[in-house]
Design a binder for this molecule. Structure first.
Ligand SMILES: [Ca+2]
Length: 271
């Protein structure tokens, strides 16, 4: 009984968030009036194998990326479609034919996928990994604090203090202002970019470091000779400080583990 009440309470909040997004779209004139999708607008694509994927429109814009000493203005000149959820086991199976060995249900995010594996998935599906800038922009959805949405990590994501050290079905926490789920926690998400220092000052459509460096955390464990790709958002086993909108780490692109997953984007060039 209590579980049902909690579930209903959560669904109510989601429904309210959906109504707010709809109201915002109507207030802004709607898709047909402006000819361009509105922030948070959802469309569903069909993947190879027949599974579907919901994508959320993230409009072009400028935001402050990072925090503290590495905070810098970033402009994204083109809007893009960002996966509403982390890629699930069911979606992976649809596109790739099988899933990495794991006992979780099909509505859990896929794990045990390397950056290289994710590239194969994206090529087959006509999608891409997000750039690191796209990821943080979509994660923040206009927010400035460490956590988007309600601003409270317990509302927004599964992490060390609430996950019971396991993944959870996607979309079971609160979405951010654009209706995107699980950017904080659950599984850590591969981005397209090599891991490296941010360039100084304002940048436009950044594509990341030209080659991979070992991130500070990986460096403690010896780093990686092949360079590292960016991971974002923290995972079910992460501290709260590792799940913030700006927290970044890298890992070897061939490394797969039980907390590594991803979400996909479709850029306008891939339409
Ligand atoms: Ca995540």
């Amino acid at each position: 009984m209590k579980g049902t009440e909690m579930k209903n309470g959560r669904m109510s909040r989601v429904a309210v968030a959906g109504c707010m997004l709809l109201a915002a779209a109507v207030a802004a004139g709607g898709e047909e009036a402006s000819g361009e999708p509105q922030a948070g607008e959802v469309r569903t694509i069909t993947l190879p194998g027949g599974a579907t994927m919901e994508m959320v429109w993230c409009p072009a814009g400028t935001f402050l990326m990072g925090s503290g000493y590495d905070e810098h203005p970033v402009t994204l000149t083109k809007g893009f479609w960002m996966g509403k959820y982390e890629v699930t086991k069911a979606q992976w199976k649809s596109v790739m034919g099988s899933t990495p060995p794991d006992l979780r249900e099909e509505n859990h995010p896929v794990v045990w996928v390397s950056w290289d594996d994710c590239q194969q998935f994206c090529r087959k599906a006509g999608l891409s990994l997000p750039t690191e800038a796209q990821w943080e922009y979509a994660c923040r959805a206009g927010s400035r604090g460490p956590y988007a949405g309600t601003g409270n990590l317990d509302d927004m994501g599964w992490y060390l203090d609430n996950s019971r050290v396991q993944t959870h079905p996607v979309g079971t926490k609160h979405p951010n202002a654009w209706g995107i789920y699980d950017m904080h926690g659950n599984v850590s998400e591969w981005c397209e970019d090599w891991y490296g220092r941010y360039p100084g000052g304002a940048v436009t459509d950044p594509q990341g470091s030209p080659s991979g460096e070992a991130s500070s955390v990986e460096w403690l464990f010896g780093g990686s000779s092949e360079g590292e790709r960016v991971l974002r958002g923290g995972a079910w086993g992460s501290l709260s400080t590792q799940c913030t909108s700006d927290f970044r780490v890298g890992d070897s692109p061939s490394h797969a583990f039980n907390y590594l997953g991803f979400r996909a984007v479709r850029n306008l060039s891939e339409e």
